[in-house]
Ligand binder design. Sequence first.
Ligand code: THU
Length: 129
Amino acid sequence: MKTNDYIERLYGEAVKAMRNAVAPLSGFRVGAAVLTSSGEVYTGCNIENPSLMLSACAERVAILKAVSEGTRDIRAVMVVSDGGDYCYPCGSCRQLIYEFATGAEIFIAGGGGIKKYSIEELLPYAFKR
Ligand code: THU
């Protein structure tokens, strides 16, 4: 698959997933899509809960869906939001990406286009065991 093809595909899937966001508390909708080495895409959206600690970020939902289906080989992560600006993964999601999508390309979509990062850039000095 050509580079732009999978980035476009991930972007489209993340935007679709964002429509399922449950965000009555923040009003901020986020979508995520992850690509595995075998070409499968898993998506997630943020899901908020009045019991705040039960809320989940879009990236977390997508990554845990992939892991629960048996894949540990996530090659790319895409994050989109409806906030206009770039939605950078929270600290917890960065740790999750570090653990389960270590070498992945991380794409963040915003008003100025799609930016690409590595987890080393987003989470230097990561906790590891
Ligand atoms: N959120 C995500 O889903 N991903 C991020 O990268 C940052 C934040 C969610 C959590 C919460 O539902 C809302 O966005 C911000 O309050």
